[in-house]
Design a protein around this ligand. Sequence first.
Ligand code: ME8
Length: 521
Amino acid sequence: MTPVSTPAFYVTTPIYYVNGDPHIGHAYTTIACDVLARFKRLDGFRVHFLTGTDEHGQKVAKSAAERGIEPIAFCDEVSALFRNLAQALGSTNDDFIRTTEQRHVESCQELWRRLEANGHIYLDKYVGWYSVRDETFFDEGELTAGPDGTRLAPTGAPVEWVEEESYFFKLSAWQDKLLELYDSNPDFIGPKSRFNEVRSFVAGGLRDLSISRTTFSWGIPVPGNDRHIMYVWIDALTNYITGLGFPKEGEAFKTFWPESHHIIGKEIIRHHCVYWPAFLMGAGLPVPKRVFAHGWWTAEGDKMSKSLGNVIDPYEMIERYGLDQLRYFLLREVPFGNDGDFSQTAMGQRTNGELANEFGNLAQRFLSFIAKNLGGVLPEPGALNEDDNALLSACHLLLDQCRDAINQQAFHSALDAIWLVVRGANVYVDKQAPWTLRKTDPARMNTVLYVLAEATRHLAILMQPYVPSAMAKLLDQLGVAEDQRSFAFLGEAHALKGGITLPAPQGVFPRYMPGPGQEAK
Ligand code: ME8
């Protein structure tokens, strides 16, 4: 049983709308959260990782109507696609939430009741603009001119004029409390640029928020007035506490909520960093620990869209390059937080240049050397020289460097640090040239091979969150037992023992060879 003192960590993806099929953007956030969850588990944390689907609202109701089926049948179908994608990505989520589940209805209604009881909700009429695509209300001043005198939301989505009776949340009353929250918790929002964006939005003044609709019925009924359904965002955001058993504030809630990390795309930062903490504070609940907004992917230089037909299918990428390769590429190519472009040329280059050549070859060179020349027995090292110590100390420093980076969600920085050592290890092999030492100084050759194995053990253990299947194979080949692969086994105290027989080596990162018609565009 996990001891009670084990630190906890809670990570969530946004819950994805079921009005469209999953694509690479959804895969990106899920993979990032999975890397975070795996890293923390390996680092001794008790982790809860939640993902799921956002199934209510006007947009979903419209999509179901277009298909001519009941909304719930439509949701069942598309939600399953997201669930399957998570699995195909190797996601280790502990739960998959659907907002149409009864547990979630109860949770939302309880949150509403608490807000109402605390005097934060009033009934009035909403008159203004609404974007169905963003499921968001916009002020006149935020809109831009569209074609033929129409208006567009800042996201480019069309807006419609709405006039209907609505419940409102007194968001305007939360300005000072929110500013106080940001100022006393500089890590509440990452990256820093987003923090500043949110802070100045709130400092500019807040208007009360319409939180119910009456003109369609696909949503959670407002307690005590079922002519109204809840605004889809109050419903959606609440998933994060439903997933911990709310309205019960039991063990899961108490353990994980104070350690909650929401990873989202930059377009939904306002909902997560303004509305959500205000709802929670209004209901007398603690706010999440941190919200990190990453950037957006374009495809070969263009915005991904169904109409352009350039939406990148994660399954196709897995099929073509491999799952570990896709996971690595997404977190390596672009600093987490920045926008990036998904180019297959870059994907092919990272797959071959970094994974196959730099990392894969490093391991295969010494492992096959040991297999061929030493009967597969890992040699005992002799005295270590300066070069050996330099490489091993660089390995020993990696955990702290990766931890610092991962705690900031700087997935790319952790990879940069690891890659410096991968490159250093390649320089080391070339300089030490064990193939020459075999004839001139076999004892020194033994030391070099051992140092390479021990360095690779460190690299493989630390790379597990990113490329789990390849690293499982590599650690097998290094003779590292499955229960000795957590970060607690990094460092000298658990170094490999010379004299063990290693299994037959085999490549862990195959080279990508474009098939006919698959040459990078
Ligand atoms: O917004 N690049 O759901 P959604 C990077 N249901 N990430 C992308 C992306 C892209 N091109 N496209 C999508 C919703 N994403 C709401 C969320 S949460 C309480 C409710 C990712 O299906 C990114 O994480 O539109 C983004 O925030 C999310 O998918 C939006 O998914």
